[in-house]
Design a protein around this ligand. Structure first.
Ligand SMILES: NC(=O)c1ccc[n+]([C@@H]2O[C@H](COP(=O)([O-])OP(=O)(O)OC[C@H]3O[C@@H](n4cnc5c(N)ncnc54)[C@H](O)[C@@H]3O)[C@@H](O)[C@H]2O)c1
Length: 480
């Protein structure tokens, strides 16, 4: 198959690499010349600056210039194409609706070129972006407007989780294909021949509207699980000192009808999908005059989690952030990625700056360049100049008055020792991910400890909370 992947970001690049591994002739196209240059160079550092995913560079190395080609010029590759995958950004607008401009711009460009192609062969345009229900018809109209002949449109939503994009593309839970004709279904079966009739992978063929809906319903259900535990589990743990959060989780999820995924408490779920997808679904339902109370509550709880520990530090621990230095550990929205889109750390930074901190001493194992390049740009907000960047947790903690743990990087589980070495008590530890198994020792040594899902533990608190049967805390699991 000759395949064009339009948009080579977090979805398009891994998708293109895995299609190339399956022996298709894949052209990965992007309007961003810098990205294309970096991918073409094959240079690990340059590629990982853009998309940092385990196994991605290796997959590109294996296939580049044999099955996988990178280009920023669409016209020369259009002839003879069997399939076009649309992997374009669909960010939220202010009102929660989806900004489809990237998507429709690409569709118009494709329409222009496909209308002029010489070959008569059927081409199928397949949508992998998360788009409002009904967008396959929008794409169809755009192509018709341009006079494109012999084409089909299909919806094939992407379910990969960042941090596992390559593995998720090689072995997805399911492949959902929404199309209108047997011919188009058949085309997609040939692309995904390794998944059709697979013993473990569900291969579902349905209508485009159903496929588009599946993506929204799945993502909002996942966020509902997370908000359920944050909105109920965390609140209970914060009220009752003798409540053991890990036992609560085990006891509840031992019921085979209840998901273990999402059964953790945290400082909210970030990333480019959950927040935007639930806002978009709320908008779509509202526009049709339907109730969105449940979804709105789920969204609000998730947003609340992102900063409420900072408020608790003020009201429960009596900590005054004004002119204080705070170490911020973890900037990426979850571990194993450099992606900071909608990361909880962004909201924490806003809240800390609003409370007058003199310095935020930031550290992340992967996202430091991303942070400096885009989000924490002093030209956007002069207060961002209060953010300093550090090479290790220890360096970030040294000289600070408090630490805020925002991301569930495994290396933070060993922070107790680092804190003891770098910051003598009195010192406040704010743990948004319940990452410190040794928190009791720290409290006994005079540290103040405030974690999501727990009562505030004063330094040398006499009534310490114990983990169940001496168990260690389990850190918040990774989100999708
Ligand atoms: N990131 C995820 O984990 C994830 C998971 C599932 C679904 N999705 C969905 O997939 C879509 C893409 O997400 P992403 O995270 O890969 O976005 P991204 O921003 O990382 O990548 C999009 C790419 O499209 C390129 N682009 C923009 N306009 C273009 C045009 N006109 N022609 C060619 N290229 C163009 C950009 O330069 C960029 O490289 C979104 O709809 C998202 O909701 C994302």
């Amino acid at each position: 198959m000759k395949i064009i992947v339009v948009g080579t970001g977090f979805v398009g690049l891994p998708h293109a690499a895995v299609l190339a591994e399956a022996g298709h002739e894949v052209y990965a196209y992007d309007i961003d010349q810098n990205k294309i240059d970096a991918y073409r160079s094959g240079d690990r550092e340059r590629i990982e600056e853009i998309v940092n995913e385990p196994g991605l560079v290796e997959a590109i190395e294996e296939t580049k210039d044999r099955y996988l080609f990178f280009t920023s010029d669409l016209a020369p590759i259009i002839e003879g194409t069997d399939i076009v995958f649309m992997c374009l950004p669909t960010p939220p607008k202010r009102d929660g609706s989806t900004d489809l401009s990237y998507y429709t711009n690409a569709a118009h460009r494709l329409g222009e070129l496909l209308a002029k192609r010489q070959d008569e062969r059927r081409v199928v345009l397949v949508n992998k972006s998360t788009v409002p229900i009904g967008t396959a018809r929008v794409l169809q109209k755009i192509l018709e407007e341009h006079g494109v002949k012999n084409f089909g449109v299909a919806s094939n939503p992407e379910f990969l989780a960042q941090g596992g994009a390559i593995e998720g593309s090689r072995r997805p839970d399911r492949v959902v294909v929404g199309a209108d004709t047997e011919e188009d279904f058949d085309r997609l079966r040939r692309v995904y021949s390794q998944f059709v009739n697979h013993v473990r992978i569900r291969y579902l063929e349905t209508t485009p509207e159903t496929a588009e809906s599946i993506k929204y319903v799945a993502n909002t259900l996942l966020l509902t699980y997370i908000s359920f535990w944050n909105g109920i589990g965390a609140r209970l743990g914060e009220i009752y000192p003798n409540l053991r959060m890990e036992d609560l989780k085990i006891g509840v999820t031992s019921d085979s009808r209840i998901s273990t995924w999402g059964s953790y408490v945290s400082n909210g779920a970030g990333g480019s999908c959950f927040g935007k997808d639930i806002q978009s679904l709320i908008y779509q339902l509202n526009r049709a005059g339907r109730s969105t109370d449940l979804l709105q509550a789920v969204y609000n709880i998730n947003e609340y989690q992102k900063t409420y520990l900072i408020d608790r530090a003020v009201y429960e621990a009596g900590f005054n952030f004004n002119n204080k230095k705070v170490a911020l550990l973890g900037l990426a929205f979850k571990k194993r990625t450099n992606d900071m889109r909608d990361s909880s750390a962004l909201k924490a930074v806003e809240a800390l700056l609003a409370r007058g901190v003199s310095e935020i001493r930031a550290y992340d194992p992967l996202a430091m360049n991303e942070a400096q390049r885009t989000w924490f740009n002093p030209e956007k907000n002069h207060l961002f100049s209060r953010i300093t960047y550090h090479e290790s947790p220890r360096e970030a903690i040294e000289g600070s008055d408090a630490v805020y743990i925002s991301t569930d990087w495994e290396e933070f589980r060993g922070l107790a020792t680092t804190i003891e070495k770098a910051a003598p008590p009195p010192y406040l530890i704010i743990d948004g991910r319940r990452m410190l198994p040794d928190y009791r020792q720290l409290v006994a040594k005079g540290y103040a400890y405030l974690a999501v899902g727990d009562v505030y533990l004063k330094p040398e608190a006499p009534a310490e909370k114990t983990g169940a049967n001496g168990q260690e805390r389990v850190p918040a699991a990774a989100e999708a």
